[in-house]
Design a protein around this ligand. Structure first.
Ligand code: ATP
Ligand code: MG
Length: 197
C-alpha cells in the first residue's frame, strides 16, 4: 500500500489555492501544455512520503500515526507559485512555503523518527516545502521559460492556515490522477507548557 503523512489545508486556504489554479489555467503559456490539476479535495502539504508498504505493516503504521504529536499547532503560509524544476522541462506547479518552515522541519523530523523503525526504507530527509497544484504531462523543454514566467507572473498573495493535525493517507495511483484515502488522523498540541520538575 502506498502511504504518506500530510497536512490538510483548511477550507479558506484550499479556496485560495483553487483560485490560483484557476488563474494559472487561464494563463496563455499554460494553454499549450497539458496539466493534470490536483483536485481541490486532494490539495495537501506532504509531511513525509512513506512509499510502498507491505500489508502487514499498515496497521502498526496507522496506530503510530494516530498517536498525538508532541508539537504545538502552528501557522503555515504559502506564497509564490513556481514551476519546478528550475531548468529544463517543467514537471510540477506548486506553491512554496513562505512561513512555518522551522516548525515544519521539526514536525518532519518527528515523523521520520516515529515512522522510520516501521519502514524498510528511510523516509526522504528533506523537510516539506510546497503544495503541488498540478503536474505537467510531457511538457517540452522549450515550454520551460514561458511556463516559468507565466507561473511567476501569477503574483500570489501570501495565504495560510493553522496546522493542528497530521493525516496518514493511502495513495491510489490512477491515470486520471492519484486519489487519497485518509487512514488515521492525530492532533498536534500535546506539549508540556511549563517546566516540570
Ligand atoms: P502521481 O504520482 O500519479 O502524480 P501523486 O504524486 O499525487 O500522483 P503519490 O506519488 O502517491 O501521488 O504521492 C503522494 C504524495 O507524496 C504527493 O504529495 C507527492 O508529491 C509525495 N511524494 C511522492 N513520492 C515522493 C518521494 N519520493 N519523496 C517525497 N515525496 C513524495
Ligand atoms: Mg507522485
Amino acid at each position: 500500500m502506498r502511504l504518506f503523512l500530510a497536512l490538510d489545508l483548511d477550507a479558506p486556504a484550499r479556496a485560495c489555492a483553487v483560485e490560483v489554479q484557476g488563474r494559472a489555467r487561464r494563463a496563455p503559456a499554460l494553454r499549450n501544455v497539458t496539466v493534470r490539476w490536483v483536485r481541490p479535495e486532494s490539495l495537501h502539504l506532504t509531511l513525509a512520503f512513506l512509499g510502498e508498504v507491505d500489508a502487514d505493516r499498515v496497521a502498526p503504521i496507522a496506530r503510530a500515526a494516530a498517536e498525538p504529536w508532541r508539537h504545538a499547532p502552528f501557522r503555515v503560509e504559502l506564497a509564490s507559485a513556481e514551476a519546478a524544476p528550475r531548468s529544463g522541462a517543467p514537471r510540477t506547479l506548486w506553491l512554496s512555503v513562505s512561513a512555518g518552515r522551522a516548525a515544519l522541519a521539526h514536525l518532519h523530523a518527528d515523523a521520520c523518527a516515529r515512522m522510520g523503525p516501521l519502514l524498510s526504507a528511510p523516509v526522504d530527509p528533506r523537510p516539506p516545502g510546497h503544495v503541488t497544484l498540478g503536474r505537467l504531462r510531457r511538457a517540452p523543454r522549450s515550454s520551460g521559460r514561458p511556463v516559468r514566467d507565466a507561473v511567476a507572473g501569477l503574483a500570489v498573495p501570501a495565504f495560510g492556515w493553522r496546522v493542528d493535525s497530521v493525516v496518514l493517507y493511502q495513495s491510489r495511483l490512477a491515470s486520471g490522477g492519484a486519489s487519497y484515502r485518509p487512514l488515521a488522523r492525530a492532533p498536534l498540541g500535546c506539549v508540556i507548557l511549563d517546566a516540570v520538575p
